[in-house]
Ligand binder design. Structure first.
Ligand SMILES: Cc1cc2nc3c(=O)[nH]c(=O)nc-3n(C[C@H](O)[C@H](O)[C@H](O)COP(=O)(O)OP(=O)(O)OC[C@H]3O[C@@H](n4cnc5c(N)ncnc54)[C@H](O)[C@@H]3O)c2cc1C
Length: 394
């Protein structure tokens, strides 16, 4: 069988590697990538669960930052700093993409530097129109990211409301703290991710929740607040999938002799914007299903393993970013609670580590709330006594 993969990012490269790794069947995998090893606009952050599943990420490449401390900043300026249970690895995307493509080639995939401009069925085969040549294959994997026009040949395009706008800067500064800034009544956040020799500083906002100039103003105020320098020529901008809950209901991941993985399929957490792990994992699950001769199983496994959780994230996102709790925005309350209550802080650490899923989150918040109220009352009493004794504010 001949498999054509369009796109050599985390999803496509992982699918290629997994299809061929230790495979004895006669299988030819060709991966088409138009910008091999480019610096794809991205924070480049990978949680501990990704390293547990793909240990080669740290064995084979040492150009990443291990971030152990994070800070959440609320719209009112209050902040909560905490230690991550497992380090977050932050890669330059050029390094990460090179590493994953090298792994795919090592397993036997042919990587062709070409841009695929169109795909169509030709009898029982696929025809792919490249810039320089025409190619054909039995099975087509679309792994070309969120902006691809090729999706239209397989399934309806993503709607604007299924995306976030993003933009940011690669900033010449060094820091050891990962920072996330929320804004009141705004579905998105600004971030600063430390990389070995610079920071990736950016902002994402749900489509329709503010124009590009408004995003820019929010990001610049975040950068001014933390003295992050702006180098205008190092600006990046891209779309980020953030499927709304109705789109999760109609998502089509595969059809006759084709499948989509990663951003092309919209497999990103709508609450956090995390997508690299899901891109790699979807590539892997598709490869396993193909090797087992049952590609139809792919969509079911994705749904069971993480799709359902991401769909729940889509329902939570508007409530989390636009909701109010006890008279203040939910994001501000989250920061307040975490800075004052060890029980809430533990919950946040679990969310960052990936050990607390969205399923079960509501009951955990409910359980934590009672304990958290006592801890916050103790914090308030302690603070008042502290001030009464004339000590500096804590
Ligand atoms: C600003 C920003 C910050 C982000 N930060 C994070 C983060 O910190 N952590 C995280 O987990 N996720 C993050 N994400 C999401 C993450 O970048 C994506 O989920 C991830 O890259 C998806 O991988 P992919 O392989 O599906 O697609 P991509 O990485 O987009 O790869 C697609 C590849 O296909 C190639 N291609 C496209 N069209 C063609 C064509 N016609 N022919 C040939 N090649 C083609 C492209 O050149 C590209 O290399 C962020 C996204 C954005 C926009």
């Amino acid at each position: 069988m001949e498999v054509a993969i369009v796109g050599g990012g985390p999803a496509g490269a992982t699918a290629a590697r997994k299809l061929l790794d230790g495979c004895r069947d006669p299988l030819r995998v060709t991966l088409f990538e138009e910008k091999r090893g480019w610096e794809k606009p991205c924070g480049g952050g990978l949680p501990a669960k990704a390293v547990r599943r793909y240990p080669f990420l740290t064995d084979a490449c040492h150009e990443f930052t291990r971030v152990r401390e994070a800070e959440l900043v609320a719209g009112n300026g209050e902040s909560a700093r905490f230690r991550l249970r497992g380090p977050l690895l932050v890669y330059s995307r050029a390094n990460l993409n090179q590493l994953l493509l090298a792994k795919a080639e090592g397993a036997g995939a042919s990587v062709v530097s070409d841009r695929i401009r169109g795909v169509r069925r030709d009898g029982s085969r696929w025809r792919l129109e490249g810039r320089s040549s025409t190619y054909s294959a039995d099975f087509l994997i679309l792994a070309a990211g969120v902006r691809t026009m090729l999706r239209r040949a397989l399934t309806p395009s993503l709607k604007a409301s299924d995306c976030m706008l993003t933009f940011g800067y690669y900033t010449p500064a060094v820091d050891s703290v990962l920072r996330i800034q929320f804004f009141d009544d705004f579905e998105g956040y600004a971030w600063a991710f430390p990389r070995p020799d610079h920071l990736s500083v950016g902002i994402c906002g749900k489509y329709g929740d503010g124009s590009m100039p408004e995003l820019q103003e929010r990001l610049w105020s975040f950068m001014r607040q933390f003295d992050y320098p702006v180098r205008l020529e190092d600006r990046f901008s891209h779309l980020l999938p953030a499927l709304d809950s109705t789109s999760w209901r109609s998502i089509a991941l595969a059809g006759e002799q084709w499948a989509m993985v990663g951003d092309s399929a919209g497999l990103v957490d709508p609450l956090t914007g995390e997508g690299i792990y899901f891109a790699m994992r979807s590539g892997e699950l598709l490869a396993e299903a193909l090797r087992a001769g049952s590609p139809a199983v792919y969509a079911e496994t994705v749904w069971r393993e993480f799709g359902e959780r991401l769909a729940l994230g889509a329902r939570l996102a508007p409530r989390f970013y636009h909701g109010k709790f006890l008279g203040r925005s939910s994001t501000t309350r989250l920061v307040e609670f975490c800075s004052r209550s060890p029980a809430f802080m533990a919950l946040l650490q679990d969310l960052f580590e990936g050990s607390q899923s969205y399923t079960g989150l509501a009951s955990r918040v409910y359980r934590t709330f009672g304990k958290g109220v006592f801890e916050m009352a103790a914090y308030a009493i302690g603070r008042r006594l502290h001030l009464q004794r004339g000590l500096p504010s804590v």
